[in-house]
Design a protein around this ligand. Structure first.
Ligand code: B12
Length: 747
């Protein structure tokens, strides 16, 4: 297979060149075609792949490229190249959302087979913090034909991640490593692994159950030739179809059918006044906090239902899914009976969701199954049809069987169906609970699919509902319930669940039980479940205020609201120093420990920036008279600017004019600007150990080109000693220090 030289082409990457993306794509394919035609016939027919790489822009919510824009950019490439090539290769992807956009564009605009290879980091993680299984679940749901790894590192480092990929994938697996880890020798990137060693390691990888091998950066024809010689007589192994029922987000996945799961039921407006009001007013911050709360109470999956008669459900559903995914990486269950809302949510969801629901009605199956087939997901089938809900277990089982068969006729594998045998209240029919449970057992045993139940309906119309709900929950778990839709905050429900896990051997050494139930105060009925996260984090700084917590959770709206409240009683500097900075420090510490990933880091940064926006507005107009002009910049290679912006606003408030050169500013630009504007004082900020050297470089250049300019420095990566070492005139650990120094300079 030859790859057309189209990897780096997209409408965004050609900006500023004299070419359009389609021109370059066609030219790249023409060259590959020509080469393919010249491949000697004894080697066989060479296929030409339309090679597509990432767009080079971060997608929402991490960056500003929307999902629809990304799909359209990939679609342009696919429309241009598909007819001229034999397959599509999506390479070097490490953001699951971008993988989804590219896969969708490929599938919507061509019938070619699609190969997806991702690039993982040394911990085997994607940009979003997820492992490759989240990508396998999503990509297989979207119809990928082959999946694997490429780039990043060599075969030696890649090998340890291959078995998990093979265990998860039902489609054939591809592995294209580099010729080792890249090393810069005399300014040139080199790769140390020689052809013989590369080929031997690839042979080992092949034996793990991989189907296709290749090479990425640093591999040469000699590497590939030797690899083919060593591997060509090995049998070709195709992946076995896996029967695992997996749902995922961009960061986590859950398997249905192993340990029972908890689906959090709280994001559903039925009977919830506050949620109804939030949905009507577009207060998605409320939905986010409900999501976080259920996550901390132990939910595995979150149900999202926004059905209210007076709202635009498709628009609200899409937004709700996006907003919830900004703050939690738990997989979601998209719960709607409106196929338009369902499609919008499925399209924009980042992962492989649960789809709630389909039922035995032909009309509903014809509307929902094509969506599930196109976007992927695990579909919940309700045992109701045109004749209503059968009042026998056999009747419900028959509908379940029909749903599974009809799903298969749409090309949806049985493993991607779970059945809900419907809970009705025992207040109206004495056998209701038994019928549901008998049907559940039949479905589990005879159909072999996972089961789901909305548990709390069983007590509708009765007093002290949790008593009945929790007993029914235990009975259902005992009959094989795979996932209960419950309130994870209910103490009795959580107890029923935890005790069940202990009794059924899902809680090794009863550790979870001992941890959760040693304190008698916590086992009182009616109390809300305490967040296990809060206790896990006890070695860290506790949340000191609601603003601190909002920044930690990445909740922008809440952070703004809490800043407004705090400003009524506290001084802005105190809020910055006691809430904002410590919260960001904790985020940074969790990031360093590998507990937080880039999405959380970015959402917290955004919340802090929004909070600071409120402080800035409250500080009011800056004085008209200028005491002097200061240039502020974050140094080259560093995009952290929250601290620099705080310094800027304080300087302005104390009467200085600030020329803000922004972030990632090269030394030459800073020096030229200072010189051109005859500025007496420059403030530099750097937050990373890797960028303080650029700060030193800026100071060196300034001393050479414009020695009369004074330089103050700051940022978490610095210390007084280091600042002295690199020749800065002044260092301060906080923004007020910058103001005092400016006062002394212009004083
Ligand atoms: C928020 C944040 C981000 C945000 C930044 C958003 C933005 N617009 O700024 C985002 C998510 C984009 C981000 C990205 C990355 N980050 Co970051 N990030 C942080 C975090 C959590 C907080 C930084 C912050 O804003 N603090 C609050 C502000 C107010 O504090 P401050 O900047 O220190 O400023 C105060 C003082 O220092 C002083 N001050 C600041 N500047 C100046 C200037 C002068 C002249 C003076 C006098 C005073 C002064 O006044 C300010 C107010 O008092 C830190 C963790 C931490 N503990 O710092 C990591 C941290 C800095 N990031 C880190 C990393 C690794 C990254 C990434 C590489 C992650 C990745 N894998 O992509 C990228 C880097 C991209 C790049 N090339 O720069 C590491 C750096 C590690 C290292 N070895 O140096 C840290 C330390 C986290 C960690 N523990 O691992 N990050």
């Amino acid at each position: 297979m030859l790859k057309a030289n189209t990897f780096g082409v997209s409408r965004y990457k050609v900006e500023g060149t004299p070419y359009t993306a389609p021109q370059l794509i066609k030219a790249g394919i023409a060259l590959a075609r020509e080469a393919a035609e010249n491949v000697p016939t004894n080697i066989g027919k060479a296929l030409v792949a339309l090679d597509i790489g990432p767009l080079g822009k971060l997608m929402e919510p991490l960056g500003d490229l929307s999902f629809d824009e990304a799909v359209e950019a990939f679609a342009e490439t696919v429309r241009t190249g598909a007819e001229l090539t034999d397959l599509i290769l999506l390479e070097t992807f490490n953001d699951p959302y971008e993988m989804k956009a590219a896969l969708l564009a490929a599938k919507e605009n061509s019938d070619l087979p699609v190969v997806l290879t991702m690039t993982i980091d040394s911990r085997g993680r994607l940009l979003s913090g997820g492992d490759p299984i989240v990508a396998v679940a999503m990509a297989e749901g979207l119809g990928v034909d082959l999946i694997g790894f490429n780039c990043g590192f060599g075969p030696e480092q890649m090998k340890k991640f291959v078995p998990d990929l093979v265990k998860a994938a039902s489609v054939p697996v591809v592995v294209n490593p580099n010729a080792g880890l890249p090393e810069v020798v005399n300014g040139v990137t080199t790769y140390a692994v020689r052809p013989e060693a590369f080929a031997r390691m690839q042979l080992d990888i092949l034996k793990e159950g991989v189907t296709i091998l290749g090479g990425c950066c640093g591999t040469t024809p000699a590497h590939l030739r030797r690899m083919i010689e060593l591997c060509e007589n090995e049998p070709i192994v195709l992946s076995e179809k896996k029967e695992r029922t997996i749902v995922s987000s961009y960061g986590q996945w859950r398997e249905i059918g192993e340990k029972p799961l908890i689906i959090g039921e709280r994001i559903n407006p039925t009977g919830k006044k506050k949620l109804k009001a939030a949905l009507r007013e577009g207060d998605f911050g409320y939905l986010q906090s409900e999501a976080l709360k259920q996550e901390s109470q132990g939910a595995d999956i979150l149900d999202v239902n926004v059905g209210l008669p007076e709202i635009d459900e498709p628009a609200v559903m899409e937004r709700a899914v996006k907003e919830i995914q900004k703050v939690t990486d738990l997989p979601l269950q998209i719960d709607t009976s409106d196929p338009v809302a369902m499609e919008r949510a499925l399209r924009h969801y980042n992962g492989k969701p649960m789809i709630n629901s389909v039922n035995g009605k032909e009309e509903v199956m014809n509307a929902v199954f094509p969506l599930a087939k196109k976007y992927g997901g695990v579909v919940v089938g309700l045992t109701i049809d045109e004749n209503g809900i059968p009042d026998t277990a056999e009747g419900r089982f028959a509908i379940a069987k029909r749903i599974v068969e009809r799903a298969e006729s749409f090309g949806i594998a049985k493993k991607n169906i779970v059945i809900d045998t419907l809970t009705l209240t025992i207040a109206t029919g004495p056998s209701e609970a038994q019928i549901t449970l008998d049907a559940l057992k039949m479905v589990k045993e005879r159909l072999g699919v996972g089961t789901v139940l909305g548990v709390s309906n069983v007590s509708f119309g009765l007093p002290n509902r949790e008593l009945i709900n929790s007993a029914f929950y235990t009975m259902a778990l005992d009959r094989g319930l795979s996932a209960g839709i419950v309130n994870p905050g209910s103490r009795l429900m959580k107890q029923a669940y935890d005790v069940y896990l202990a009794l059924h051997g899902f809680d090794e050494g009863c550790r979870g039980y001992i941890e959760g139930y040693s304190d008698p105060a916590l086992t009182k009925a009616g109390t809300e479940v305490k967040s296990p996260k809060a206790s896990a984090a006890s070695d860290e700084k506790e949340a000191t205020s609601p603003l601190f917590q909002a920044i930690l959770d990445g909740l922008s709206e809440k952070a703004k609201e809490e800043t407004g409240k705090a400003l009524q009683v506290r001084d802005s500097l105190e809020i910055i120093n006691e809430d904002m900075i410590p919260a960001l420090e904790l985020v940074g510490a969790r990031f360093e420990k590998g507990e937080f990933f880039l999405p959380q880091l970015m959402m917290s940064a955004k919340a802090a920036q929004e909070a600071f926006g409120v402080i800035k507005a409250a500080l009011g107009d800056k004085p008209k008279e200028s005491k002097g002009t200061v240039i502020m910049a974050t140094v080259k290679g560093d995009i952290h600017d929250i601290g620099k912006n705080i310094v800027k606003v304080l300087l302005e408030n104390f009467g200085f004019e600030v020329i803000d050169l922004g972030k990632d500013v090269p030394p030459e630009v800073i020096v030229e600007e200072a010189k051109a504007r005859s500025v007496k004082l420059v403030g530099l900020s750097a937050l990373m150990t890797t960028t303080v050297e650029n700060m030193a470089e800026t100071i060196r250049l300034m001393r050479k080109e414009y020695p009369e300019c004074l330089i103050m420095v700051g940022g978490a990566a610095l210390s007084e000693t280091y600042a002295k070492e690199i020749g800065a005139d002044f260092y301060s650990k906080d923004a007020m220090g910058a103001v005092h120094y400016a006062e002394s300079v212009f004083g």
